[in-house]
Design a binder for this molecule. Structure first.
Ligand code: NDP
Ligand code: HSE
Length: 433
């Protein structure tokens, strides 16, 4: 039976994502009512700049006092799309204390304090949903939390940051410069308020921590995730990848160790073969492979950033939380019973593509090969090209077999010490083969 008294929603933040949440709540009001079993009413909208024009929003709903809004006592669901740690954390905690459930898109906060927020939700018998925090519109959190709850996930590999994928795609396909591509991604609403979070890999690392925690039923903190951004990726790296039949992507990779006793989580640029499905993920799209014991390999693909796609994920959560509220139930909380330790990056088994500038004289190749052998790293391919500039130098490109990351970085360190190695032009991991 349809309830006539509306469920009240407080919207915290009305920027790129929040404005789209408000728009869809209004334009799809009848469908939402039918799907939930009660009308949903926007009861207040908290912003920083009250005088800014906000199309389609009743000015009477606007407030700068977000805390007073969540403390009102008649709010059923708080939608937090402000971002950052504070005041978002205090607002969410206060919302639980005052009887509201929470939908958030805030990966930075969830990666930092997810455990405490889940505990607060549980203590007050409320929901904490955050589908929009990982990979924009792509349903990923709920499939991992619910659909795959009976399976055993072993690996997650994917592109989870739209801004950096947009930048790498533009640099690769149009030859655009890094800054120009970043400016475009920012103008399109993909980048974080501080785009350093995107380009230095913090945003993807937060998402990796969230995904690894859910997938492996353990706690993975942001600091546990090995992180490298794309600021060190050069046009030469991209050209070198092309020559190898590869492209460069910023990947998030979360793995359960073969013995099942630990996990790893990492974010870094990597070369992947053009034949790999991730190579054709363009612009701000994201794609994530999930490998599970029984299900095998699953691929999730779609828009990974932007107001409207992200609002779709927020609205999906809003409907779920409203249904739970009406049914007097809550959805799944945190599941971290495995308590698996997170191993350091040095334990990860991977491959390297190393580009060296070396002296073009007899014996250099043997010297370089000896360093690899001493570190226990097996070489897959070597390509040497003499330079035509008469400087007596050659370019040497070595691709390794799989080896522990610690051995690979030890190899690079030892190579740098060789007199005949004039410089290490680029080092990049190779994935997806
Ligand atoms: P915006 O910067 O566009 O919007 C932030 C909103 O929060 C603005 O409306 C701002 O007010 C308001 N705000 C900021 N500080 C306060 C405060 N102290 N009190 C009340 N309101 C405040 O961010 P986005 O919409 O892009 O992102 C929001 C969240 O969604 C972040 O957690 C982000 O990581 C996440 N997200 C974003 C995606 C995207 O593609 N943009 C995709 C997935 C998740 P005012 O309008 O007055 O400035
Ligand atoms: N800045 C983020 C990105 C938004 O570019 O992926 C989506 O989480």
């Amino acid at each position: 039976m349809m309830r006539t008294r509306p469920l009240k929603v407080a919207l915290l933040g009305c920027g790129v994502v929040g404005s789209e949440v408000a728009r869809i709540m209004t334009t799809h009001a009848d469908d939402l009512t039918a799907r939930i079993g009660a009308p949903v009413e926007l009861a207040g909208v908290a912003v920083r700049r009250p005088s800014k024009a906000r199309e389609g929003i009743d000015p009477a709903l606007i407030t700068t006092d977000a805390m007073a809004l969540v403390k009102r006592g008649d709010i059923d669901v708080v939608v937090e799309v402000i971002g950052g740690i504070e005041p978002a954390r205090a607002l969410i905690t206060t919302a639980f204390e005052h009887g509201a459930s929470v939908v958030s898109a805030n990966k930075a906060l969830l990666a930092k304090d997810g455990a405490a927020l889940h505990a607060a939700a549980q203590e007050h018998g409320r929901d904490l949903y955050y589908e929009a925090a990982v990979a924009g519109a792509i349903p990923l959190v709920r499939p991992l939390r619910e659909s795959l709850a009976g399976d055993k996930v072993n690996r997650i590999l994917g592109i989870v940051n739209g801004t950096t994928n947009f930048i790498l795609d533009k640099m690769d396909t149009t030859g655009a410069g890094y800054s120009e591509a970043l400016d475009e991604a920012t103008a399109l609403g993909y980048a974080e308020a501080d785009p350093t979070a995107d380009v230095e890999g913090f945003d993807a690392a937060a998402k990796a921590a969230i995904l690894a925690g859910i997938a492996f039923h353990t706690r993975v903190r942001l600091d546990d995730v090995h992180r490298e951004g794309l600021t060190e990726v050069t046009a030469a790296d991209i050209a070198s990848a092309k020559r190898m039949g590869c492209t460069v992507k910023l990947l998030a990779i979360c793995e359960r160790a073969a013995d099942g006793k630990s996990v790893t989580a990492r974010v870094h640029p990597a070369m992947i073969p053009l034949s790999h499905p991730l190579a054709s993920v363009r612009e701000a799209y994201n794609a994530v492979f999930v490998e599970a014991d029984a299900a095998g390999q699953l691929m999730f693909y779609g828009p990974g950033a932007g107001g409207s796609p992200t609002a779709s994920a927020v609205l999906g959560d809003l409907v779920a939380v409203c249904r739970n509220t009406l049914g007097g139930a809550t959805g799944p909380g945190e599941s971290a019973y495995t308590r698996l330790p997170v191993s350091p990056m040095g334990d990860v088994i991977t491959r390297y593509h190393i580009s060296l500038d070396v002296a073009d004289k007899p014996g250099v190749l043997a010297q370089v090969a000896t360093v690899f052998a001493e570190q226990g790293v097996s070489i897959d391919t070597v390509r040497q090209q003499g330079r035509q500039d008469g400087g007596g130098e050659a370019s040497l490109v070595v691709v390794t077999h799989r080896a522990p990351d610690a051995a690979l970085s030890g190899t690079v360190e030892a190579l740098r010490k060789l007199d005949t190695v004039r410089g290490v032009a680029s080092i990049m991991r190779v994935e997806g083969e």
